[in-house]
Design a protein around this ligand. Structure first.
Ligand SMILES: CC(=O)N[C@H]1[C@@H](OP(=O)(O)OP(=O)(O)OC[C@H]2O[C@@H](n3ccc(=O)[nH]c3=O)[C@H](O)[C@@H]2O)O[C@H](CO)[C@@H](O)[C@@H]1O
Ligand SMILES: C=C(OP(=O)(O)O)C(=O)O
Length: 441
């Protein structure tokens, strides 16, 4: 089987591609469809594996799903929601992080829930203590917790609560929203995450009939309602995929028009892109990312929750920073272990050193805990081709960018992982003039 991507690098990426709905929104809105008493329709849905995985999970629970992949239209009818068999659930163990978000909706609909053990990128420990804490505060009980799955029940229903997150976790905020909207009474969340994908999920829930207010200082208030209907919604664009193509344009010295990319959700990325020396042009159709020629500049960067520089942009941008003049510092404050991908870049000639200290200014949660969560990148360094293996979704895309930047022929293994979040990335690479080919291992 042809499972290795052969990349003949050293050519700038030039051309146009289209980005559709956000992986980190579409999958959550699919879960929200479980809360409705009537069918939901979502548009601008990308053809990525995570959507396939969540569609499979919904179908296991009796949701009738139909997906016109070319049109990007996904219809979900939750009229006959039912419990799935344990064996079928466990077969999904390790597939994605979304199953934990099924808990609230399934507990509302069925009084019990069984979800598979979670997957997702291994970029840190990724505990689910906030999720379980929140569910318990609503009145749920954890019946069984094994390495195959988690079983919960809500014998007395779910009742609104007050909760304050220690850290503004995206998933935990979504957990609370998806549980509170149908819980009895009011819920208040403090220190909530306010990522654009969460705002779009709130928009979906409002369309369904929920009462949610987003107040200042990361406070979200929800008044539970008795019933929700289906929704009709067009997903917001994938700002991580757009930024990844922008970083690829910069690293390879090219010019990529990303149709569908939107400015408001990308302002922080665009500021950084400009500081590094990249140029961009924003139109009604998308954003054109340009390497304007000349030298790129080194920067000091910290990842953070929204509206900060998002952690998922970090890995692709680091490849571009290997081509910048001087010493760049990147402090990863969201995940404790998100620099594993840099070992392949070092193999290709990049000068990257990782540190346990909080470089760059703000002390973070990981400073005293021995995690290599800061990186110093000195450049510019020409990259040379190598045989590399994809470690995770964004790290994998970064490896691709590095292989495209490098002189010579690289062989990239494990590229299937990239399909989890990048729609038709091989087709897009070819459209941008990349010399790539799937070959036997
Ligand atoms: C499917 C999806 O949307 N994934 C995104 C989501 O992941 P996800 O929702 O998993 O990320 P979180 O925002 O929850 O994680 C942020 C931090 O909180 C910690 N934490 C989280 C939950 C918990 O119960 N306990 C705990 O300690 C995590 O270990 C991490 O250090 O937001 C991340 C931050 O923008 C993105 O990188 C991921 O792409
Ligand atoms: C970390 C990511 O995703 P997930 O939470 O699905 O692992 C990502 O999209 O970069």
């Amino acid at each position: 089987m042809k499972s290795v991507l052969r990349v003949n690098g050293g050519q700038p990426l030039v051309g146009e591609i289209t980005v559709r709905g956000a992986k980190n929104f579409v999958s959550k809105a699919m879960v929200a469809s479980l809360l409705g008493t009537s069918p939901s329709v979502m548009r601008n849905v990308p053809e990525i594996n995570d959507v396939q995985i969540v569609a499979g999970l919904l179908q296991l629970h009796g949701v009738a799903v139909s997906w016109d992949q070319a049109a990007g239209v996904l219809s979900m009818d939750p009229t006959n929601v039912d419990l799935a068999g344990a064996g079928e659930i466990e077969a999904h163990a390790g597939s994605s992080r979304i199953p934990i978000l099924l808990c609230g909706p399934l507990l509302h609909r069925l009084g019990e829930a069984y979800i598979p053990d979670l997957g997702g990128c291994r970029i840190g420990d990724r505990p689910i203590n906030y999720h379980l804490d929140i569910l318990r505060k609503f009145g749920a009980e954890v019946e069984k917790y094994t390495d195959r799955g988690i079983q919960l029940s809500a014998p007395n229903g779910l009742v609104g609560t007050k909760y304050e997150l220690n850290y503004p976790s995206v998933g935990a905020t979504e957990q609370l929203l998806l549980t509170a909207v149908l819980a009895e009474g009011k819920t208040e969340l403090r220190n909530a995450a306010i990522e654009p994908e969460i705002m779009d999920l709130i928009a979906v829930l409002q369309k369904m009939g929920a009462l949610i207010s987003v107040d200042t200082d990361r406070v979200i208030r929800i008044e539970g309602v008795e019933q929700l209907q289906g929704f009709n919604h067009t997903a917001l664009s994938d700002r991580i995929e757009s930024a990844s193509w922008g970083a690829a344009a910069l690293a390879t010295g090219g010019e990529v028009m990303v149709r569908g990319a939107t400015q408001p959700e990308m302002m922080t990325f665009l500021n950084t892109f400009r500081k590094v020396g990249g140029d961009f042009d924003i139109t009604d159709d998308g954003i054109r990312f340009v390497h304007p020629g000349g030298k790129l500049r080194s920067i000091v960067l910290e990842t953070d929750v929204h509206p900060g520089f998002m952690t998922d942009w970090q890995q692709p941008l680091v490849v571009a920073l290997t081509q910048a003049e001087g010493l760049s510092i990147v402090h990863e404050t969201v995940y404790e272990n998100r620099f594993g991908f840099t070992s392949a870049l070092r193999k290709m000639g990049a000068h990257i050193q990782v540190y346990r200290e909080c470089l760059g200014g703000t002390p973070c949660r990981f400073g005293q805990r021995n995690f290599y969560h800061s990186a110093a990148i000195s450049g510019p360094t020409p990259l040379t081709a190598a045989d590399i293996a994809v470690p995770d979704l964004r790290g994998g895309f970064s490896h691709l960018i590095a292989a495209l930047t490098a002189q010579g022929t690289s062989n990239v293994q494990g590229i299937k992982i990239i399909n989890r979040g990048y729609e038709n990335f091989l087709g897009k690479l070819e459209a941008l003039g990349a010399d790539v080919e799937m070959v036997e291992p």
